[in-house]
Design a protein around this ligand. Sequence first.
Ligand SMILES: O=C[C@H](O)[C@H](O)COP(=O)(O)O
Ligand SMILES: C=C(OP(=O)(O)O)C(=O)O
Length: 356
Amino acid sequence: MTTIPDLTAESTSDRRIKSFRSIPSPDTIRSELPLTARRAITVQNDRDEIAAILAGADDRLLVVVGPCSVHDPIAAIDYARRLAPLAKEYADRLKIVMRVYFEKPRTTVGWKGLINDPGMDGTFDVERGLRTARSLLLDIIDLGLPVGCEFLEPTSPQYIADTVAWGAIGARTTESQVHRQLASGLSMPIGFKNGTDGNIQVAIDGVKAAAAQHVFFGVDDFGHGAVVETAGNEDCHVILRGGTAGPNFDAESISTAVAALAKASLPQQVMIDCSHANSGKDHVRQAEVAEEIAAAVRAARENGDQVTISGVMLESFLEPGAQSPDARPLTYGQSVTDKCMGWEASVGVLAALARS
Ligand SMILES: O=C[C@H](O)[C@H](O)COP(=O)(O)O
Ligand SMILES: C=C(OP(=O)(O)O)C(=O)O
C-alpha cells in the first residue's frame, strides 16, 4: 500500500525554484536614470510620427535597423553614432529607428539577452542588466535616434518603456495572451510578428487583441503585485518575417496579408522583416531582400498603386555575420545572436530604401 506523504503547504510549493533574488523597483531604476522632460518630448514626437507612418498618414518608410541583440554597449553606441547622421540625412524619406534589443526569445535555450545576463557568463546580474540597458537607451536618444525594443518579460517594460518609440512582440510570443495584454498597455506603436510557422492570422489577432482593454496580473512601479487595467493600444501593426515554409515578402504574400487586414478592419499596411525566415537568416541575402523591397515600393509609387509596405526591419551591426556568445575574445561589433549585415552593406541598403 502506498502511503500519502504528509506534505505541508510549504513543502509542496517552490519545489523547483532554486532561489529568489530581489531587484530594485522600476521606480528606483527610473529615478536613478531619469528620462527628463526634454527626452520625453522627443520620445513622444517620435512615437506620433511612427504611428502616422503605420496608419498610412505619412508616406515615409519606417526603418527599424540595428543589431539582432545588444551585448556590448560600447559597440552599440559606436553603431548609433554612425547611424544618427544617416537618420538625419534621410529624414524626409525614412524614419529611422535603431533596433536596440535587450531580450532574446529562444527556440529552445541560449543567451537571453543583456538584461538577463549582461556578462554573458551565466552570472545573470539582472540588476546590472537593467541599469546598463536603460543608460544605453538614454545615450542613444541623446544622439538623436528613436529606439525600438522587443518586449519579452511581462514586467521588464516598466524599467525601460518610457524611452522606447517603437516595440515588437516576437514570432514566438505573438499568440501569447500575456504579450497581447502587455501590448494593450504600452505607450508606443507595437509590431506583431507572424508566427514562426508563417501564420499571419495570429499576428492580426494580436493587433486586434492589443487594441482592446484588458485587466490582468502585473506589478506596479514600486514592484508590488497589482491588478493592471489597460486602455488598449490602437497603434499596433503586423510584421511579415517569413516562416517555416519560406519567405513572405513577395507580392502575393503581401496582398494576402493586406486582404486579411482589410477583413479585420485594420490599416492595410505591413512592415517587412528582411531578416529571419525572409532571408533564411543569411545576412548577405538580407541585403538583397531589402533591395527587392525598395524596388517594390518604388514601382508602386511610380505606378500610382497603393503602397502597402510602411516599414522595414533590418538586422545590422558593425561587422557582418555572427559569432558564438561563448567566443573569447569576442569580435568587436559582431552579433552574438543572428547574423547581421555589416556597416558597409547597411549603408548601401539604407541608401536604396531612401531612393525608393
Ligand atoms: O532573432 C533572434 C533569433 O532568431 C531568435 O531569438 C531565436 O533564436 P534561436 O533559434 O537561435 O534560439
Ligand atoms: C527574435 C526576433 O525575431 P522573430 O521573433 O521574428 O524570430 C528578432 O527580431 O529578434
